[in-house]
Write a protein that binds this ligand. Sequence first.
Ligand code: ZN
Length: 315
Amino acid sequence: MSDLTIGVDIGGTKILAGVVDGGGTVLSRVRIPTPKDEAGIARAITDAVDRAREGWDGAAAIGVGAAGYVDESRSVVRSSPNLDWHDEPLKEMVERHSGLPVVIENDANAAAWGEYVHGAAADHTVMVMVTVGTGLGGGIVAHDRLWRGRFGIGGEIGHYRAVPKGLPCHCGRTGCMEQYASGTAHTRRTRAAAAETPHRARILLSLGDGTPEGVQGPHIQEAALRGDPVAAEAFIRTGQWLGQALADLAAVLDPGVFVLGGGVSGAGDLLLKPTEAAYRLAPSGAGERPFAEVVLAGLGPDAGLVGAADLARRP
Ligand SMILES: [Zn+2]
């Protein structure tokens, strides 16, 4: 039973927890909406752990993936974009409650690790995961090591400057790739296009409340599959930005595979195809540099959970 660990994935909207075995199989799964207040979040995390553990007494450790800057000792969340955390001693809190050893990791890093060990990058030695969700997250694994950086906050691929003097970013800079290639940017652009040419976005608009503001991420996917021109073009545009990001990352990191994850990647080929096409049009060292594979995440929404659980067994 000692190869069982608990993974926890804390996102802005939901907390996912589960017991995972050494082969990456999720044996139990609990999902709780993320409360808005700090005390509520702490309670929800310990509650999720307790419920995931029920009937699985052998779990030996806990790994927690959390959105935000996690310090290099993997104990404290320095800050989080969508939770009100500042130097939150998350490891101590979960250890005190559970009595088990705990490691904390950035959620995108945990997802990358999950894909590297048990998912779409399992046959590779150097991989970059790009998570296209509320933000644009990333994780880098090379030769069995997760790239954390000196201060624990490496791999923040959403915040390199893609556009000089571009859109303002919540990180304090302007022109960050996150402002162009994230799910939020994808939705924002699609709403603007629907407002500009509503007659070309009839299917899309009919899925929400009829207004461009009512368009949500899942609507764009459904409308594109049903032939809505504005929705289809939205995926092409977002794929172009992502392909540009992959080409830039390949120039620095030279991975064997890029794994696309996050909510928008649930659209599958709608996102994958234009991303790969744009990546192949924009490499540095054209003709000389081999192309990395571009694939969809293999673990889906469980990547962060499975990765965090696996990190817990490698203290
Ligand atoms: Zn930024």
